[in-house]
Design a protein around this ligand. Sequence first.
Ligand code: GTP
Length: 693
Amino acid sequence: MPTYSEEELAEALAECAREPVHIPGAIQPAGCLVSLNEDLSRVLQVSSNIEELLGMPVTEALSHPPTHCLGEALIARLDSRLASDGGKVMVGDILTSAITGERCRATAYRSGTRVVVEIEPLRTLGELEILTTVSHWQTCLAEQNSEPELLQALAEGVRALTQHDRVMVYSFDADWNGLVEAECRSEGVDSLLGHRFPASDIPSQVRALYDINPVRSIPDAQAEAVALMPERCPLSGEPLDLSVGNLRAVSPVHQEYLHNMGVAGSLSVAIHGDEGLWGLVACHAMTPCALSPVSRDAAHLLAQMAIQRLQRLRLLFQQRFRQRVQETRGLLFETRKELLVAGDLVQRHGHDWLTLFRASGVGMVYADTVSRVGKLPDADMLKKVAAWLGESQSRATAWHSSALGETRLGEWLSPQCSCGLLAVPLSVDASRQGWLMLFREEQRETSLWAGRPEDVPRMKDGRLVMSPRRSFEVWQQELTGHSAPWQEVEVLAAQDLGEDLAIAASASEIFNLNETLYQERQALADANRRLERLALTDPLTQIWNRYRIEMALEAELNAAARYGRDVSVLLFDIDHFKSVNDRFGHEVGDRVLTLLAQTVWNALRSCDAVGRWGGEEFLVLCTGCTDEDVMGLASRLLKAVSEVDFDEVGRVTISIGAACWTPGESQTDLIRRADKAMYQAKKGGRNRAEKSE
Ligand SMILES: Nc1nc2c(ncn2[C@@H]2O[C@H](COP(=O)(O)OP(=O)(O)OP(=O)(O)O)[C@@H](O)[C@H]2O)c(=O)[nH]1
């Protein structure tokens, strides 16, 4: 357990970050340095090893114009290049060492108001050989179709160029810890593949230097630094900022770090992605390793090519993922045509979404319904989570966490089965809202640290300081409480899915509402029909009631008056019906009435109608009937009734009174005449028809 407080650690880190690594006042002995004033007319500082490379003592170089130590041609080129390059590093001016006869490369850059020229011998691989090597690995990188293979090819390519004993490609996590993702090494050198390096290994100001100058070469970490003469600018008294250069002396802290790791020389090449520093290619040499500036630049070139390919691969992955999501959305649209409720959609497609989103469970809480597929909390818990999300989160955007234990939900959810959650709001309207939730299980990982991160801060003179690590022994750390992180592309895709589900939910609701409305309308129409029937039908005999037959008669008489048509009525009742009731009971009497009504109804033409006039009296309305016709119909009815067997009652007869309408006659008068005629029939012996004259 750390024995220091958070504040002490923060102060130690800040102190470490204040180390002025960019103005060491010295360079590495891999080359020499000349600093000039802005108009290139005066030498201001030189490195104390200038004589070893340029064959000229420090005092001589400082007391003569720059052309004396650097030559007329180089100064002329510097003059023109610096004017056009606006102070950027300038490479490619070659001169030959006066002492060793080696070809050297001069690199110039602006540092404040000064111009710095660094001179380094060109060594090892020939330029042509480097070109061939770069070209080979460039092709190789372009052919890689997976991230691990690509990073492995980068490690191998850089090692082919620099000949270091161990070349690692490591990426930074969100906290700037490094993870070794690929490695290429010579036999007998320990592997650090899969190891993590704590963020404190590269203090923030050193990381910032990688933005200015992506390549840091240390051919011999323990070589004595070469002082600048004088140490500060003789004009301004300012130290010389060597951030942009290649020769900056190694900070004592870094020297100790490399020593503790058993590394004699190193090369670090920053890998910058679209979002800044992505990682590093870190090369270690177990013995000092002189490196040609051209190889160094070539290594940088390969790193740049690799990151471009990496970004392309990630883009392709994202495109493929979104394509698959689009396909799922297409399926959703297809099934939406069936107007499934949103919950059914989850049941139907949930398993596909589990695969697509690498999730262990998918749930949806919408209105009062919960749908679940896979491994996830129970329905009540999902409702509780949805309620919390609704209260505490924006309704417009997705919410996600890959460490639920660190959130409010950690109190409710078991970390083993629900460690990560991506929740997407389904907003249908203000009153109806829901959440689509994708859960991920815990992803237990064993992290191999190259030394314990906590060992870095140490007490020195009663104060906590960040010290270079002494031990790089593998230390295992169990990472728990985390799921795989949610990628941005996954969050966006889940939001698309959420929108589709919200649309499906409202579509099915509208359908359900319409359905209910339709059913209610049907019920109303049925009730109306029943009412109408009740209002117009005789409940016993199921033929028209008096009201209905009167209406029909009225309409017929109006039409007859208008078009001069014939209309007749037959009024009849059962003979001696009282005795039927008396002998067999009222119920039997009812059955006789019903069967009689059906018999008459069946005997009529479709244009005629019969209604119950009251009691055991019936009225037949005959349209287009002359006197003759109506008596013919009356005879047919007498016959039809006489042929019916009325069960225990046996045969019954009826007496009919017929009346033909005369123009101008009222309905009442017409009926009265028919009634009179029926009376005549009764009087005449029954089971007969009489016609009103
Ligand atoms: N079962 C039953 N009987 C009814 C109904 N409406 C009227 N009646 C009976 O019909 C009988 C009519 O009797 P009356 O008017 O004396 O006539 P009748 O016995 O048919 O003799 P005539 O008409 O002179 O041949 C009565 O007994 C009524 O109770 C009914 O809806 N159901």
